[in-house]
Ligand binder design. Structure first.
Ligand SMILES: Cc1cc2nc3c(=O)[nH]c(=O)nc-3n(C[C@H](O)[C@H](O)[C@H](O)COP(=O)(O)OP(=O)(O)OC[C@H]3O[C@@H](n4cnc5c(N)ncnc54)[C@H](O)[C@@H]3O)c2cc1C
Length: 472
């Protein structure tokens, strides 16, 4: 692959997309290196410039995406999809010479079908815009990641995302009915939008979490639901985090599962208690959300509360839960924690119930000497286990030292999680930061992933280096 966009390649791109939507301007290119990956904010200008895409291309139609990929495939330059840039793992950072395929002009609702409870949107559509459109019509996707105000619908699919109401609505893979995808050679493929089919593997599943390395998602068809009749929140305090965890597991064995389950350790609980003027007193806070049919919500809420109380939980009422709900799109710690020579990140992983306590203890102990502060919470829970967030805060004397510490912290978490048999990401994906650990995470299935990549992208132009796959 070549590191400069030759006039011949530029000319070829002009046949795919009008000139005014192809930018080679330095500031525009530099902007397209960055997402919310904290490491990027510490990179020097020279490093950003070296990583910058050779051009930014802004297609507006599927035909234009297809034409760009055909050109890239012949010219052998990489194509890095870029949308909301809210990824937190460096997924949009080009690894080697590439164009940034900015999908933010490929937007709009293609179909809305209230009878079949389905909606189809172009991939660059802001997720919040889609949700607003649906809410106005009395529907919801039920997918509310904290980054809802930032992310695109295609990006949420490409990173295999989870929303805060996942215990009820599921994760993005539970919502996708069909995808339209452009392959490396420009071919456009799509599966049928039917509720289910037993006609071989569902090929759209391959693209959920593919991070631009197997194709460019251009349209997404999602299952939708009517807006719930009732929705309410509650807070429960536990003197012992592990009792909170035991109560949470019981929601699943008793089949009384709230829509939102977030169990914060004492350190992370503090700011939530303070937000509503309550004394934290070293307690762990369980935030619960319920929604759906009013009568069902009332019964589930009562049974959940009884379960918590049997485990020593103290009911704090609705206010603290509503306080969480009001601030649920506000990642206030992210900006503050990454100022100057500080670094902060949310490292989310997952594990089965039988390993969660050990995973929590091991990671917490191993991180202690490396971080200034550590918050943790359990959320996105299942009958089989849960995800854990480790929110790390660290600092050092120079940018290089902060970056070195940051990578050490990541290595610590990845190593401990792999040692106990957990998954190294529940929903943020791989990007650059998890790439070195994917071969170990995937084990024998990594060979299949490599074979699939070779089959769908033989020239290796699609987001080279991502999914832990080496650049060819
Ligand atoms: C404050 C904050 C809170 C967050 N909270 C959550 C949360 O609650 N749950 C959660 O799951 N995530 C969360 N995230 C992470 C982030 O929002 C997700 O990774 C999101 O899914 C990325 O969507 P995007 O449109 O911003 O994609 P981008 O960041 O632009 O891209 C992400 C990756 O997907 C690829 N990509 C993007 N669009 C396409 C496409 N159409 N076709 C193929 N590949 C594509 C890119 O190349 C890149 O590799 C949070 C991030 C922030 C900053």
């Amino acid at each position: 692959m070549t590191s400069k966009l030759s006039s011949k390649m530029l000319e070829a791109l002009h046949t795919a997309v009008p000139a005014e939507r192809i930018s080679t301007e330095a500031a525009d290119r530099a902007k397209h290196v960055k997402d919310y990956w904290p490491a990027i904010a510490k990179w020097s200008e020279a490093r950003i410039e070296a990583a910058a895409p050779v051009a930014v291309v802004r297609p507006r139609t599927v035909a234009e995406v297809s034409a760009v990929l055909r050109v890239a495939n012949q010219g052998l330059f990489g194509v890095v999809p870029y949308a909301g840039a809210s990824g937190v793992c460096g997924g949009v950072v080009p690894e080697g010479p590439a164009i940034s395929l900015d999908l933010r002009e490929l937007t709009g609702i293609a179909h809305f079908n209230p009878t079949d409870c389905m909606v189809t949107a172009y991939a660059g559509t802001p997720a919040a815009e889609l949700e607003k459109f649906l809410n106005e019509k009395g529907f919801t996707t039920g997918h509310y990641p904290q980054s809802l105000p930032l992310a695109s619908i295609g990006g949420l699919v490409a990173t295999r995302s989870s929303g805060t109401f996942s215990s009820k609505y599921g994760n993005i893979e539970d919502m996708v009915i069909a995808l339209e995808v452009v392959l490396a050679d420009g071919r456009v493929i799509a599966n049928k939008a039917t509720p289910r089919a037993a006609t071989g593997p569902r090929l759209s599943d391959l693209y959920i979490g593919s991070e631009g390395a197997l194709g460019v998602i251009t349209q997404v068809t999602l299952r939708i639901r009517p807006l719930p009749e009732a929705r309410c929140f509650r807070g429960i305090a536990f003197a012992d985090l592990k009792e909170g965890l035991a109560a949470t597991r019981e929601f699943f064995t008793k089949d009384i599962v709230p829509a939102v389950i977030r169990l914060y350790n004492a350190a992370e609980s503090e700011h939530l208690f303070e937000r509503v003027g309550q004394a934290p007193a070293g307690r762990s806070l369980l935030i619960l959300g319920f929604d759906g049919n009013r009568a069902v919500v009332e019964v589930v809420e009562r049974l959940v509360l009884e379960t918590c109380q049997r485990h020593g939980g103290q009911d704090l009422g609705r206010e603290i839960g509503e306080g969480w709900e009001r601030g649920r799109f506000d990642a206030f710690w992210l900006e503050k924690g990454n100022a100057g020579l500080k670094v902060a990140d949310a490292i989310e992983v997952s594990g089965a119930w039988s390993v969660l306590p050990e995973m929590y203890d091991r990671v917490t102990a191993a991180l202690k000497p490396q971080v200034d502060q550590l918050w943790s919470h359990f959320s996105h829970c299942y009958g089989q286990g849960s995800s854990i967030y480790f929110i790390v805060f660290a600092s050092d004397q120079s940018r290089e030292a902060v970056l070195a510490k940051y990578h050490l912290i990541w290595k610590t978490v990845m190593t401990e999680v792999l040692a106990v048999g957990g998954a190294i990401s529940h929903h943020h994906g791989i990007g650059m930061i998890r790439a070195p650990y994917i071969a170990e995470e995937a084990g024998s299935s990594f060979e299949l992933l490599k074979a699939i990549k070779d089959a769908v992208d033989p020239t290796g132009i699609l987001n080279p280096g991502k999914l832990g796959l080496k650049r060819t």
